[in-house]
Design a protein around this ligand. Sequence first.
Ligand code: THU
Length: 128
Amino acid sequence: MNTLLIQKAISMRNKAHAPYSNYHVGAAVESHSGKIIGGCNVESSSYSLTCCAERVALFSAISEDLFPIKALAVSTENGGTPCGACRQVIWDLCGDIPIYICDNQKMLRETSSKSLLPDAFDQSLLKG
Ligand code: THU
């Protein structure tokens, strides 16, 4: 467990832009060098353009040269887990890493990207 990573994910819920669902999600990722960067969900009036907190955090980490990523934490009001699209992106960008599932106060459980997306499609299937 990583307390700073979890606290960052929880605090990122305050940044959520979620006027349509009012479901505030915070996420944070940690690099191998110990740097932490957060993300929040950002919704659009054209709903499908919404970006989840996990992907905002991961894309920010790419833009800040934080890869490879060691762990990810996500915080919601009720312990929600990453959606299917985010599971695919986490697997593609991070491989098998610990995922900390949190509510708005604490970590509820630890899982992993492999457990969340078993038998994943990935780049290994695109080669050769
Ligand atoms: N959401 C996330 O940010 N992450 C997830 O893994 C699940 C869903 C957001 C998207 C939308 O803004 C709101 O939660 C309701 O679906």
